[in-house]
Ligand binder design. Structure first.
Ligand SMILES: Nc1ncnc2c1ncn2[C@@H]1O[C@H](COP(=O)(O)OP(=O)(O)OP(=O)(O)O)[C@@H](O)[C@H]1O
Length: 233
């Protein structure tokens, strides 16, 4: 579904990605690990077309998307939950959700308001409240739901549980588990290694803009010391 190889990206004169490689197959849950500043978010931005890569290979759904616009990448079916909780604060929860509804045609089981409210009953309760008045956890549920309403083939979550209370974090994890069970392909960036080990199929570690390790959750446990050195967790 997604293939990234030898990816290089820069912000102006400062190169941040030198050799990033990762692949995500249909229905796979894959993580991108690494300490702060190693290039995880820049990799995501490069995939989305928000940062224009200098070189490399970027394929999504069999199409070359190296240098594609964010609109094209989104239309092809990549849904992003970016770092930080960005809702439309003056719109209601319901309006936030319908604002991104897309890509319904031809989908087996497209996301609808009803399905979202079943996944996150809290959002049903808050449906007519403006998003800006929600708690941090509720806002994050809304942001994840908004991405789902685009019916993405690949859902990317960049630090989706950061700064959330443990109980809310657990809700987001169980949502991700439910999505996985449905066969949703997901790329996860998060610091909760113990949960990621359980949830994800495979992992990639970035160090200074390079993919330096990849493997299954079993490999991650086997290479615990090495992984600890890279990830610091
Ligand atoms: N807009 C920008 N302009 C210039 N440099 C940037 C910009 N955004 C990030 N960087 C730099 O690029 C490098 C990689 O940052 P990136 O955000 O991709 O890392 P990360 O692994 O996602 O870390 P974090 O967990 O802190 O988000 C860092 O050195 C960072 O300072």
């Amino acid at each position: 579904m997604l293939k990234v190889a030898k990816l290089q990206s820069a912000y102006g004169p400062s190169q941040v990605l030198f050799d990033v490689a990762l692949e995500i197959g249909d229905g796979e849950v894959v993580t991108l690990l690494g300490r702060n500043g190693m290039g995880k978010t820049t990799t995501v931005k490069s995939i989305m077309g928000l940062v224009k890569p200098l070189a490399g290979e970027l394929q999504f759904s069999g199409q070359n998307v190296l240098g594609a616009t964010p609109e094209r990448v989104a239309r092809l079916g990549v849904g992003l939950v970016p770092e930080g909780r960005h809702t439309f604060p003056t719109l209601t929860v319901r309006e936030n959700l319908v604002a991104t509804a897309a890509n319904r045609l031809g989908r087996k089981n497209p996301w609808t308001l009803e399905r979202i409210y079943t996944l996150f009953p809290r959002l049903r309760e808050r449906a007519s409240q403006s998003a800006g008045t929600l708690s941090g956890g509720e806002q994050q549920m809304l942001v994840v739901s908004r991405a789902l309403m685009t019916n993405p083939k690949l859902l990317i979550l960049d630090e989706a549980t950061e700064g959330l209370a443990p109980v809310i974090r657990a809700e987001i994890w169980s949502c991700i588990e439910a999505l996985k069970a449905e066969g949703q392909s997901i790329l996860l960036i998060d610091k909760n290694l113990h949960v990621l080990k359980r949830l994800a199929d495979r992992h990639y570690i970035l160090e200074k803009g390079r993919t330096v390790w990849s493997g299954t959750s079993q490999d991650l446990t086997r290479d615990a010391e090495l992984v600890h050195g890279y990830v610091g967790l």
